[in-house]
Design a protein around this ligand. Structure first.
Ligand SMILES: O=C(OCc1ccccc1)c1cn[nH]c1
Length: 242
């Protein structure tokens, strides 16, 4: 997968050299390039923002630098990338969207700052490539950079070969629409707290049922919204009978 990131703070993305993402880059699974939006400014102050039409607080990112950046990174003959723009006004980012993005050949992340990017940048881009405005949650950050780090981690870990133990993908929270059951490791008793006996029973059917039950209870308590949206097809067949 090829990923381009455009930001006025390219140094935010140094962490993408580390750990499993660093290894995905070293093995060629992920080709990542980070670009400074100011590359595509031409004034002495390298201006990327201006005051908002219609008034209001803050500044808006000017369209021209973004237009030139996208022209440079998406030449007309190239297969267009999906343009991903983190914004509080976006579509909720979910594990399902992480899988969709992980299936793309080329992603281009645009990091907004200030009050956002002039809408015409996205409207024009949409004539040449798919555009996804995505929200990580109902809060406001200073800019899209941190959101891109989150999305990059969620997507990269789904790429083939990135996670050592492939099993850890299909058992994690949100993998089957439920929250994951609690996890334990040695010692069997710690500060007066014991590991649930079932997990040490060796009875794998019983353990699987316990984990599903615990996941259901957690989901009902913490995320009733997920329970309402639960697709019975994704539940284990034994649960559907229950
Ligand atoms: O703050 C966010 O993105 C950065 C951003 C982009 C445009 C204008 C202001 C801030 C964000 C919050 N949830 N998901 C994304």
């Amino acid at each position: 997968m090829r990923v381009d990131i455009v930001s006025i703070f390219p140094e935010y993305f140094a962490p993408l050299e580390l750990s499993l993402i660093g290894r995905a880059r070293a093995t060629g699974t992920l080709q990542l390039a980070v670009h400074d939006l100011r590359t595509w400014t031409h004034d002495v102050h390298r201006t990327v923002d201006d005051t908002p039409y219609g008034g209001g607080p803050g500044m808006v990112m000017r369209p021209e630098p973004w237009g030139e950046a996208l022209d440079a990174l998406v030449p007309p003959e190239a297969t267009p990338p999906r343009l991903v723009v983190p914004t509080p006004a976006g579509t909720p980012f979910t594990q399902a969207m992480a899988y969709e993005l992980a299936a793309e050949e080329h992603l281009l992340f645009a990091c907004g700052r200030y009050e956002g990017i002039d809408q015409r940048v996205l409207d024009h881009a949409a004539t040449r490539m798919p555009v996804t405005e995505v929200s990580l949650g109902d809060y406001v950050l200073f800019g899209g950079e941190v959101a891109v780090l989150v999305i990059m981690e969620a997507v990269t870990r789904l790429l083939p070969g990135v996670l050592g133990n492939a099993g850890s993908l299909d058992e994690e929270s949100h993998a089957h629409g439920l929250l994951e059951a609690p996890v334990y490791t040695k010692p069997p008793s710690w500060r007066g707290h014991d590991v649930p006996e079932v997990l040490r029973s060796g009875d794998h059917g019983r353990i699987a049922r316990w984990r599903r039950e615990e996941g259901l209870v957690r989901t009902a308590v913490r995320r009733p919204d997920l329970l309402a949206a639960l697709d019975p097809e994704r539940l284990d067949k034994r649960d559907r009978a229950a």
